[in-house]
Design a protein around this ligand. Structure first.
Ligand SMILES: Cc1cc2nc3c(=O)[nH]c(=O)nc-3n(C[C@H](O)[C@H](O)[C@H](O)COP(=O)(O)OP(=O)(O)OC[C@H]3O[C@@H](n4cnc5c(N)ncnc54)[C@H](O)[C@@H]3O)c2cc1C
Length: 367
């Protein structure tokens, strides 16, 4: 007979660990995690934010921001109770001794080191009540409440799925999602550099240009943000480009063009003709080679995203309409909860992705 567990989590990442931190205070929790060299939990935390782990954003704590959350695609999940939960979660973390620092809206561990948030997160778990099984879960049968793994089959009473996406170091495998029998969008890379159709000349590669970056889907402007673009061998990179990939994914069926207006933006906008000798060599050359005037924007056409390996999140996942946003249960099966990046919620850079994974782990554990 298959071994049976009360609270099972598939995926010992940010969301799964947060869930276990709360649930294990009073109940037994069993976490299934794909085996790795060191069988580490919460691996993403260690590599996030360039080793600094930007784990939250002050916008997630500001109730006013929820009403006017700037990112349409995820507004619903952010609003539905998350204002309440995000505050409660943050108070909980503070009560457990979290030390942090803020830089503009971004929240980092106090010592600016991801390892510190990683060890803090693990310290929240009551290890007497938590069991870790390092085996990959291949599929689920919701009718018989069974998990299928290479170490055999297991039964669950309640199940939490927090398997994340396919970015960085994962292999694309849809067997678990298929076995769930719910609507999901196949993952695509996001928060990553993009390849453009235009040739990037050698003298541009490695240079950076600040400006107002706009994304046009066919001829409609769907995204605008100030930032710095880094020119790469075959495309563009930089945080502002990463953020634009959320909207590129949304409008993937359209012709997508990115423009860089490097003079008419922000408090230092150049509103009159200035001498070309103020310009860096690479820009003078590029304008000349492309018959552009001194104040013309640069324009690039999207070809494709860089591979998952270079992406920080995966766009797509389980449709948000399949879950009850208040407690993260599946509408068709209230013994199953879905949390974190495996949901089709796609946030820009700035601590939103880890932040929402933590909020959802916390929210799910209160059921
Ligand atoms: C390079 C990089 C930098 C990033 N920087 C930031 C940042 O600074 N701020 C921010 O907010 N976000 C950042 N992110 C994104 C953030 O790390 C993720 O959005 C977040 O970790 C998602 O949490 P999760 O718990 O949903 O998934 P994950 O943390 O990815 O955890 C999922 C877990 O499930 C396990 N798993 C998957 N399938 C199975 C299975 N079938 N059986 C058993 N186990 C399974 C995986 O091994 C993994 O441990 C970054 C991502 C990358 C790649």
């Amino acid at each position: 007979m298959a071994k049976s567990f009360n609270n099972v989590v598939i995926g010992g990442g940010v969301a799964g660990l947060m869930y276990a931190a709360i649930k294990s205070q009073h109940e037994k929790v069993t976490i299934f995690e794909t085996p790795s060299k060191k069988n580490e939990l919460g691996k993403r935390v260690l590599i996030s934010g360039n080793g600094r782990c930007n784990f939250y954003n002050t916008n997630l704590l500001d109730k006013k921001m929820f009403e006017d959350f700037p990112f349409d695609s995820v507004k619903d999940i952010v609003i539905s109770g998350s204002d309440f939960y995000s505050e409660k979660l943050f108070h909980f973390l503070l009560s457990k001794g979290l030390a942090y620092r803020t830089e503009n809206d971004l929240i980092y561990p106090y010592f600016n080191r991801a390892e510190c948030f990683h060890s803090f997160l693990l310290s929240l778990i009551n290890h007497d009540n938590c069991e870790f099984i390092f085996t990959h879960v291949n599929k689920i049968d919701r009718a018989s409440k069974t998990l299928f793994t290479s170490q055999g089959n297991f039964n669950y009473h309640r199940l939490v799925i927090s398997t994340g996406g396919f970015s960085y170091d994962r292999t694309a495998d849809y067997s678990l999602l298929d076995s769930l029998a719910v609507n999901y969008l196949k993952f695509r890379p996001a928060l990553c550099p993009v390849i453009v159709k235009e040739r990037i000349p050698k003298y541009l590669i490695g240079n950076r240009l600040k400006g107002l970056i706009s994304l046009y889907a066919d001829d409609k402007c769907v995204f605008k943000e100030e930032g710095e673009v880094l020119f790469k061998e075959n495309g563009l990179s930089g945080i502002v480009i990463f953020n634009a990939t959320i909207w590129m994914n949304k409008y993937i069926d359209k012709t997508l063009r990115l423009t860089i207006d490097f003079t008419h933006y922000g408090p230092n906008a150049i509103d009159k003709e200035v001498s070309i000798f103020n310009y860096p060599e690479f820009l003078i050359r590029y304008l000349k080679d492309n018959d552009l005037k001194i104040n013309d924007s640069l324009c690039f056409t999207f070809k494709q995203f860089y591979d998952f390996k270079f992406s920080q999140i995966s766009y797509g996942g389980i449709d948000l309409s399949c879950i009850n946003h208040d407690n993260m249960t599946l509408n068709v099966d209230d013994h199953v909860q879905i949390i974190g990046e495996v949901l089709n919620q796609n946030f820009p850079c700035g601590g939103y992705n880890i932040g929402m994974a933590l909020i959802e782990g916390y929210k799910a554990a209160l059921l």
